[in-house]
Design a binder for this molecule. Structure first.
Ligand code: ATP
Length: 791
């Protein structure tokens, strides 16, 4: 029963509160209007609910003061007494019920309203309570305890008037005046008391009736619960109760956690808890701020870390690259040091050889001087005795040229100027250690050479300077004399010369044979090849000149071998001249714009001189190479520029010029490598350098005769030729060494390492080779050879 009333009041309160809030939010001005209406002591139609709600909200702090309405009128919070609040509640309930039944129509106070019994009873109860708690109710209660008092309860039958109805509370002055009237009218009070009793009985009866109805309804509800289960509202209440319990448990748990993890002891003071909570929230906020700041700082540091990582990686790459470069440089320096060390070792060996050679030379000079002294003494004694010396003792020993050559150096550069119209851009200081000064393209250059022959120098003067080198071959030295220079500068002229004024080769052969004739016991072998368009051809071959193959000699023997090359024994000077003339005639020449008889090939004459049983010391095998190089030329100058399609001759000249220049370039590369003491010398770059390898090897003696022109138009090539000669002059081939004659072998090699046989040399055994001239061959044999050789 109590639960039912509570539920009813709860529903009422919910509706009441909702209406109050809505109205209060709708128009604030209504509050003033409501206050104004209330101040007049009656309800304003159409807006009772907000006004009542405003007043009921003051119940929580209400007091028992009787003059609360006056203060409400003045605008401050009204203090409503309990009875007045109950009265207003009853009024609101009746009005609200009337409004709901009217479906929103304005309530009509004059029209009787049929309310439900429960609400009616509730309203009457509230009215009763309001009256009891009112002054008259109190007075009636007092009179009840004191029978003299006369209080008239309200008559339920008549409609409550404004002045008497508990639903319309009166002001304090009215109540006071009314009390005075009641004192003055006791019969009326009695009548009211009787009416009160009747009303009381009626209410009690109705309450009893309602009680029975409620019990019946509760029983019915119990049955419904058993059959159907809880209603939706109860379910809602149960659900809310469970939720409330869960929230309480959750709150308890949170509180425990807060107490457990909180900074201070638990405080039961709500204000303290709130302050602690605020403090905790502030600390939490500070921690969150700190964490956020740390996050930002961490992000910045991560960015910095990324940057540092990138910089570190780049630094590592740079360091690695630098290390690689430095390592390569160190390797390069190490290789350079090794090469330098090898050069120093070679130089040391050369110095040792030079010292040894110098010692031997001194010893030889000493013995030679002794021999000359003894010869002079013998001659003096013979003159004194009136007798004649033997033929082999009629001249002093001639050992000086070889030793002179050793002392002069293993490679020498001589320069000869071609006669012609000199220009002022080339000046010379002839003689030993002479110079040639050129002024080309505004730059003056001065070249120092071992000997400079002026244009008017004779063939004899030139040969005189070369004669010691030539004669050193008789002592077992390997000597190479080659002419180099621009085409038409007189290379062939200096090497061969016209018959009336022979050049180096005829004079050398004559000088050698003269020397050999004085000494005897020498054997001379001759071979002659040309290199034409990089093809090696035998100029003394019995048949037509054929291309020969150049090979490296067998391991351990060294040297270069030219397969099929014929080697002729030359018994005398006349036969030698004939064979040289024959080879010269077989050499390729042609007329060019620069030279009517231009040599289009390199010619190499090799003369091997072997002393089989010399009177002093063991046998030797000297070699003399006489090389007449083809002239370097510029195609446009030589008239061999791009040939027209049908001009085969000009095309041939152009090809010849290209191969000549290429081979001369290879010779320059060999000289540069020799000068730099490189471990690898590119001898294989051309056939010319391959054939000259023995002549430019260690222990050999080389003499370069440079032919230059003094003409203005040849100045550029003159400078180039002088530069080449300057490089050759810086080459060190090591001290000249004599070569001992081997005991056996065949003269099939071009090199100085050729193993010579002891038997008279015959031409290389090739099919159809001519008969070798006999050692004592005279002109008849030479003529026979000439006849057998190709024209
Ligand atoms: N010193 C000299 N005295 C007199 N005449 C010379 C002298 N030098 C060269 N000549 C003449 O110059 C011409 C060319 O000489 P030579 O053929 O020897 O030149 P080259 O250098 O051999 O030419 P290429 O390289 O084309 O064979 C010849 O007619 C030769 O007689």
């Amino acid at each position: 029963m109590y639960a039912f009333y509570s539920l009813l009041i709860y529903i009422f309160y919910s509706l009441f509160r909702r209406d109050g809030r809505t109205a209060a939010a709708a128009d604030p001005r209504d509050s003033t209007q409501s206050a104004r209406c209330h101040s007049k002591g009656r309800r304003c139609p159409g807006q009772p609910t907000p006004h009542l709600w405003t007043e009921l909200t003051c119940l929580a702090g209400c007091s028992e003061s009787e003059d609360g309405l006056g203060e409400a009128v003045e605008g401050r919070p009204a203090e409503v007494s309990l009875e007045e609040a109950l009265t207003r509640l009853a009024e609101f309930l009746s009005v609200h019920l009337g409004a709901e039944e009217g479906c929103g129509n304005p309530p009509d106070v004059d029209k009787p309203v049929e309310a439900p019994p429960l609400l009616t009873v509730t309203s009457q109860l509230l009215t009763l309570l309001a009256w009891i708690w009112g002054p008259r109710g109190r007075q009636a209660l007092l009179q009840r305890t004191q029978p003299a008092a006369g209080v008239q309860p309200p008559t339920p039958d008549r409609s409550p008037s404004r002045e008497e109805s508990p639903f319309h509370p009166a002001t304090a002055s009215e109540e006071a005046s009314r009390g005075e009237t009641q004192v003055q009218q006791p019969p009326q009070l009695e009548e009211e008391q009787r009416a009160w009793h009747r009303l009381e009985q009626l209410i009690l009866g109705q309450l009893e009736e309602l009680k029975q109805q409620l019990e019946q309804q509760e029983e019915e509800l119990g049955r419904l619960r058993l059959s159907v289960g809880a209603t939706d509202s109860e379910k809602r209440v149960q659900h809310l109760t469970l939720e409330n319990e869960a929230l309480k448990q959750s709150l308890s748990l949170m509180r425990e956690l807060l107490l457990h993890w909180g900074p201070g002891p638990p405080s039961r003071d709500p204000q303290g808890e709130a302050e602690a909570l605020v403090e905790l929230q502030s600390r939490l906020q500070e921690a969150q701020d700190t964490m956020e700041a740390l996050r930002v700082q961490l992000g910045v540091q991560e960015v910095q870390l990324q940057g540092l990582r990138g910089a570190l990686w780049q630094l590592q790459q740079e360091t690695e690259q630098n290390c690689r470069q430095e390592l390569q440089q160190v390797h390069g320096r190490l290789a350079g040091l090794r090469a330098h060390m090898a050069g120093l070792r070679q130089g040391c060996g050369d110095l040792r050889g030079l010292v040894s050679t110098f010692t031997q030379s001194c010893q030889g000079s000493l013995s030679e001087a002794q021999g000359q002294v003894s010869w002079a003494l013998g001659a003096l004694s013979a003159e004194g005795a009136g007798t004649q010396l033997p033929e082999e003792q009629q001249g002093p020993p001639t050992e000086c040229p070889g030793r002179l050559l050793e002392l002069k150096g293993n490679i020498r550069v001589l320069c000869r100027l071609r006669p012609g119209t000199p220009c002022g851009l080339v000046s010379t200081e002839p003689g030993p250690g002479g110079t040639v000064t050129t002024c080309y393209r505004g730059r003056q250059r001065r070249f120092r050479l071992d000997w400079v022959f002026p244009p008017d120098a004779s063939q004899e003067e030139v040969f005189r300077e070369l004669q010691p080198a030539v004669l050193s071959c008789l002592r077992g030295y390997s000597v190479c004399i080659f002419t180099y220079g621009q085409t038409g500068t007189g290379k062939t002229y200096s090497m061969e010369g016209p018959p009336e004024d022979p050049g180096i080769a005829p004079r050398a052969l004559q000088s050698l044979f003269q020397e050999m004739g004085a000494r005897g016991q020498h054997r001379v072998t001759l071979s002659m090849v040309e290199i034409y368009n990089e093809a090696v051809r035998d100029l003394l071959a019995p048949g037509p000149p054929q291309r020969l193959a150049v090979r490296q000699g067998p391991a351990g023997q060294g040297g270069i071998q030219v397969a099929g090359l014929t080697h002729w024994d030359v018994p005398n000077l006349e036969t030698l001249h004939q064979m040289l003339s024959l080879g010269k005639s077989n050499r390729a020449t042609a007329a060019t714009a620069m030279n009517q008889h231009s040599s289009r090939s390199h010619a190499l004459v090799t003369l091997t001189l072997r002393v089989e049983s010399p009177p002093l010391g063991p046998g030797t095998a000297g070699t003399l190479h006489l090389v007449d190089l083809a002239g370097s030329e510029r195609a446009w100058k030589a008239g061999s520029t791009s040939a027209p399609p049908g001009d085969k001759e000009r095309a041939r000249r152009l090809r010849e010029a290209q191969t000549i220049n290429r081979s001369l370039l290879a010779l320059g590369g060999v000289m540069a490598a020799l000068r730099a003491r490189r471990p690898h010398v590119p001898f294989r770059d051309s056939q010319l350098t391959r054939l000259l390898q023995p002549a430019l090897g260690p222990g050999a003696t080389a003499v370069l005769l440079l032919q230059i022109s003094t003409r203005h138009e040849d100045l550029g090539e003159t400078v180039c030729s002088l530069k080449f000669a300057e490089r050759v002059g810086q080459v060190e081939l090591g001290p000249a060494r004599r070569r001992r004659a081997p005991r056996s072998g065949t003269p099939s090699s071009f090199s100085t390492d050729t193993q010579l046989i002891e038997t008279p040399c015959t031409p290389t055994p090739s099919p159809g080779s001519p008969q070798s001239p006999s050692p004592d061959g005279g002109s008849g044999s030479a003529l026979a050879l000439r006849e057998s050789l190709p024209p």
